[in-house]
Write a protein that binds this ligand. Sequence first.
Ligand SMILES: *Cc1c(COP(=O)(O)O)cnc(C)c1O
Length: 237
Amino acid sequence: MSTIATNIAKVGMRIREAAQAAGRDPDGVRLLVVSKTQPAEAIRAASAAGLRDFGENYLQEALEKQAELADLPLVWHFIGPIQSNKTKLIAEHFDWVHSLDRLKIAQRLSDQRPGHLAPLNLCLQVNVSGEASKSGCEPQDVHELAHAISALPRLRLRGLMAIPEPTDDPAKQRAAFARLRQLQTELQLNLDTLSMGMSQDLEAAIAEGATWVRIGTALFGARAYPSKAAADVPPHE
Ligand SMILES: *Cc1c(COP(=O)(O)O)cnc(C)c1O
């Protein structure tokens, strides 16, 4: 088996074991392959191994790979920070956005979502760790933002997303994910998605109800330049 196929098998095993340990159906946890910085061939290999959903952080890089891979039936997720001047291309070229944290951006995405496409699936990113440097809206703003976003016509609010502060302590990992789940429950909007858990903490996220885990390193190995998830900026931007 190729490295990527071996890694996919390992990650799949981790997901199944974590789901079983939590008494959950493993099919309720979906794998989002985080392919930022990976070449198009790596995505092609992951697709050949049966994966379909790919997450990208940088618009220009994503558009180039989408063009190269247009022959494949892939589902594209935008998971990076969103500037206003990028919303049009994101609305046109993605199926999901996980990293929404401002109403102004949501309004632009709704206005710019082409009529021939289904409404854009959206997660509201929440800063559950309270660090000033991290993206995501503040927990106290979730209620107002989520209700405003769910009224926009060309968007479909699916749930919440978080990138908690990295820690090796499973109890701390779970506390952050539990916070996100709690915020989602309080919304009472019948949302079906919790986008949480990365290579280091997917078990804790699944224990707390993750429906998407976003995995890069555990599938592809370490990235070429150091990354702190959404906070990183590639050399060409
Ligand atoms: C890079 C990134 C991931 C994947 O992180 P790994 O630790 O490589 O699994 C997940 N989510 C977001 C938003 C990211 O930017």
